[in-house]
Design a protein. Structure first.
Length: 123
């Protein structure tokens, strides 16, 4: 009788568990809008908040480009076709964090640091 009661209780617990909402995997963030040939930077993670876009035609290759005073970025998309290095430092100093992203269409929903400047490199 003890085994039957345990089996019935276990079956009831399994049936109740089947009725609970199933855990879903986190949905990846929707990619932000960024045109071919641009570097796009968003103020908030997951491509949210204000967006800045920079085209190659307006940039000096291999020169430090600081973001406007008082602004930074936490998400980015590199569609320039060239490698781009983002810097925690507003002067592109390598004493803070920095990371280089390939130019073939890199989407970063959450930078590991606040981006304050960047450099676009020759291929």
């Amino acid at each position: 009788m003890f085994h039957l009661r345990t089996t019935v209780l276990a079956a009831g617990a399994l049936a109740a568990t089947a009725l609970l909402p199933q855990t879903t995997h986190a949905v990846p963030p929707r990619l932000g809008s960024c045109a071919t040939g641009e570097l796009c930077l968003w103020a908030k993670p997951d491509f949210k908040g204000g967006r800045q876009s920079h085209e190659l035609s307006g940039l000096d290759i291999e020169s430090c480009v600081p973001l406007p005073a008082g602004t930074d970025a936490q998400a980015l998309a590199n569609r320039t076709g060239r490698p781009v290095t983002t810097y925690q430092s507003g002067e592109c100093e390598e004493t803070g964090e920095f990371e280089t992203y390939p130019g073939g269409g890199t989407w970063v929903p959450q930078s590991p640091y606040r981006v304050r400047a960047f450099k676009v490199w020759e291929n």
